[in-house]
Design a protein around this ligand. Structure first.
Ligand SMILES: NC(=O)c1ccc[n+]([C@@H]2O[C@H](COP(=O)([O-])OP(=O)(O)OC[C@H]3O[C@@H](n4cnc5c(N)ncnc54)[C@H](O)[C@@H]3O)[C@@H](O)[C@H]2O)c1
Ligand SMILES: NC(=O)c1ccc[n+]([C@@H]2O[C@H](COP(=O)([O-])OP(=O)(O)OC[C@H]3O[C@@H](n4cnc5c(N)ncnc54)[C@H](O)[C@@H]3O)[C@@H](O)[C@H]2O)c1
Lengths: 206, 206
């Protein structure tokens, strides 16, 4: 099994390797990748050692091979179907984000309680009434629910999502959700990143 | 000095304490906070010990006092002025996000190259032409640049941002930026979270 901390760094390696691939670079050293990402090359080599010896001594790593291996470990070989609940500012931005599709994630439906949004389409994806969550989830084979509803509505929406048969929740609302053990919840706190930035800014400049 | 790993957990504690504060809870134990966040209470107590003994033995932590202390360490006492560069889907969502203001972050300007967007306002914030970046930065006292432009434009925009006198960059474009040592860059990889979720989903379900 690959340690959680290593898994959490894989998206970073994926981004760097995808960039090399776009630039037509086929072989790259661990020093070069590590320098680009601001980590130590020993940390990188240790992480990559969990996938079997992919480095060619003295020549570096095969970019295409490593990219394929990381995508496999992240489970990107299989397409996953997403529903976005709450077609507001953030839900709309995510619905139109091509980066999701590039990683095997297909947005198949949006759900809303706002009558003005129901029956419309965002980035070509239909907006259904929340009342149809259960029926549409079964019909479309939806697996991951993206919560972009206000914090006050998030727990109730999470309850509906669990009842409808979703296996995982990607939560953008700034509250902790109470869900059964078997449901995977990934929290996204957009503000955490900028608060870390502000902390470094205050220490530097006051 | 507070260790980087502790600083990176502060936004999580901030979110939990803000929730307690909204619910009118004035005193809370480390076990209760730790359980809500899915971490160990010894990790929590260790982190909080860097701010001086805020816990009252046997009674727990004073929510308001701890909240104030964390905001101080994160540098939220001072308001910071932001510019959003790229008024597309994500830039628009961020411009209208009240969560930024609640953390002392004020969006004062958006910048664009799209003639259809220049001269408009998003969430009440004016959209200026990118050509005016230097002049508006000085006039408005802008400190943090939020990059929500396509990856292909991001490095060039970062160069302009550094020239205009910004001290920090909050980057959403999926590429590593090359900037001088003294500029703080915080990367945001929105996809990293959902890829971690997909990894756990594949390991559970295949
Ligand atoms: N906008 C951002 O950049 C941003 C950044 C970080 C976090 N967030 C978080 O993401 C969430 C959404 O933010 P937003 O800015 O898009 O808000 P928004 O108000 O623009 O959109 C919320 C949408 O959810 C819908 N909604 C409300 N209750 C619902 C329910 N029970 N079922 C289905 N839909 C429901 C509303 O009709 C609305 O369309 C919030 O929790 C917010 O804190 C937003
Ligand atoms: N939409 C999302 O949910 C999402 C999620 C994660 C990451 N991102 C990243 O955020 C960035 C923006 O994504 P988006 O979906 O908002 O794209 P978008 O195409 O909707 O918006 C990009 C905007 O940037 C403007 N622009 C282009 N070049 C510019 C320049 N040199 N100076 C100023 N403005 C310029 C365009 O006119 C456009 O309005 C991309 O790098 C994307 O990969 C987006």
């Amino acid at each position: 099994v690959i340690p959680k901390a290593t898994v959490s760094r894989l998206p970073l390696y994926l981004q760097a390797l995808t960039e090399y691939d776009h630039l037509g670079i086929t072989l790259v050293s661990s020093e070069e990748i590590a320098q680009k990402l601001g980590i130590t090359s020993s940390q990188l080599r240790k992480d990559l050692s969990y996938f079997g010896g992919l480095g060619i001594r003295g020549a570096g790593y095969d970019v295409a091979c490593l990219l394929g291996r990381i995508k496999e470990i992240l489970g990107m070989q299989k397409k996953r179907r997403l529903a976005i609940i709450g077609a507001g500012k953030l839900g709309t931005a995510l619905a139109g984000y091509r980066g999701l599709q590039q990683h095997g994630l297909e947005v198949k439906a949006l759900f809303e309680i706002d009558k003005g949004k129901i029956g419309t389409a965002i980035a070509g994806v239909p907006v259904y009434p929340l009342a149809e969550l259960h029926a549409q989830t079964a019909r479309l084979g939806l697996e991951i629910a993206v919560l972009t509803v206000p914090a006050a509505a998030a727990q109730k929406v999470a309850d509906l999502v669990v009842e409808a048969g979703f296996k995982a929740i990607w939560n953008f609302a700034p509250i902790r959700l109470e869900v059964p053990e078997n449901i995977i919840v990934q929290y996204e706190d957009l503000v955490a990143g900028v608060l870390t930035l502000v902390h470094h800014l205050s220490r530097k400049l006051g």
